[in-house]
Design a protein around this ligand. Structure first.
Ligand SMILES: Nc1nc2c(ncn2[C@@H]2O[C@H](COP(=O)(O)OP(=O)(O)OP(=O)(O)O)[C@@H](O)[C@H]2O)c(=O)[nH]1
Ligand SMILES: [Mg+2]
Length: 341
């Protein structure tokens, strides 16, 4: 019978407990000097008044590595000894940027299945190229669409094949039906919990369309002989290449409210203008001339075409920015892959 259960209580408790303060109680001599300085949350970047987007650079530094991600990394490291394999979920639209280098290193010794998720929103041909590029003797690559379930059925056979030697050695030791444990890892919002729900045909793992939903490691029995560990999405402390941060932001792996959404949409429009997908052109009723405009002007055109205006009839570019991002994330502007192998 399929059921949900928690891992050895000790681990689970640790993963849900708020991080303990290293206050050094007993050794502290001066309470004031020992107190860490109160950190104010960084204010959301705002467009300065009387300065137009034409005058300002259109890039922003994107970084999102809250404390719970450090905690998750530690927990992943701890739980690795309990698992036989790792399923790394990548976003098929950005297979390179959605690969967390820290987690890849951390889990390097384990047999691995890579799931190229959200393949329903990616370019089919480029996904095929990625499958060839990422596959190897010890790594199986499967394109999946966890929203509809397409491709998910290939996971258990691929894993069984990958772990055949291990399963055989368990059987030789007298374990006729050994349980294989798999850790699911990936960046925030990539579809880890949705995958678990799909494969178990139950809706026990909490999922939603925003990054940072899962907050602790949790075990699920998903199929005969398989248990899976859902983990919270993890990023890394610094993106050396800011295009990586941007692509993660475009696809919804980074919390929107820490970014300037208008700047982000302008950068996305830089790409969409080049790609010129029919869906993009038709959806915003764009002319050839519109496509030659600087992206901050194009955003205003889109706002006007959509009737998004503020008092005085000016374009509401902030609303338009949110719409462009939402619609890109829902593949309403076409099946777009941003990275090639
Ligand atoms: N179109 C599409 N949407 C998907 C797919 N897989 C997941 N989603 C959606 O992506 C969103 C995020 O899914 P989750 O399963 O919560 O993602 P997660 O990786 O568990 O996220 P965190 O727990 O925040 O790290 C949800 O709205 C899902 O419906 C897919 O293959 N295609
Ligand atoms: Mg989740």
């Amino acid at each position: 019978m399929k059921k949900q259960r928690n891992i050895p209580k000790k681990n689970n408790k640790q993963s849900n407990r708020p991080a303990q303060k290293q206050s050094g109680r007993g050794t502290r001599t001066d309470a004031r000097s020992a107190k860490p300085p109160v950190k104010k949350a960084a204010p959301k970047p705002k467009k300065p008044k009387n300065v137009t987007r034409a005058d300002t650079p259109h890039t922003q530094t994107i970084q999102w590595f809250p404390g719970h991600m450090t905690k998750t990394k530690r927990q992943i490291e701890k739980d690795l000894r309990l698992v036989d394999a790792v399923a790394e979920i990548l976003d098929a639209r950005i297979p390179n940027s959605s690969r967390n280098p820290d987690i890849a290193t951390l889990t390097a010794g384990k047999p691995r299945v890579i799931l190229l998720n959200k393949s329903d929103m990616a370019d089919k041909r480029i996904t095929r190229d990625w499958i060839s590029a990422l596959s190897s003797e010890t790594v199986r690559v499967i394109p999946v669409d966890c929203k509809s379930g397409r491709g998910v059925e290939k996971f258990v056979p691929a894993l069984t094949d990958l772990l055949s030697d291990k399963i055989e050695s368990y059987r030789k030791k007298g374990m006729l039906n050994p349980t294989m444990r798999v850790m699911i890892v990936g960046i925030p919002n990539v579809g880890k919990s949705t995958f678990i729900n799909r494969i178990s045909k139950k809706n026990k793992a909490q999922s939603a369309d925003r990054p940072g939903v899962t907050r602790g490691n949790q075990w699920f029995t998903v199929a005969r002989g398989f248990e899976m560990l859902d983990t919270p999405g993890v990023l890394w402390p610094k993106f050396d290449d800011q295009t990586v941060g941007e692509r993660l932001a475009f696809t919804g792996a980074i919390k929107d409210n820490i970014m300037d959404i208008e700047l982000l949409a302008i950068r996305l429009l830089d790409l969409l203008k080049e790609l010129k997908t029919p869906e993009f052109i038709e959806r915003y009723s764009l002319t050839d001339d519109d496509l030659t405009l600087p992206s901050y002007e194009l955003l205003a055109v889109i706002a006007k075409h959509r009737g998004m205006l503020i008092s005085g009839g000016e374009a509401d570019t902030e609303r338009a920015a949110a719409a462009v991002l939402d619609e890109f994330r829902a593949a309403k502007l076409g099946r777009i892959t941003l990275e090639f192998p």
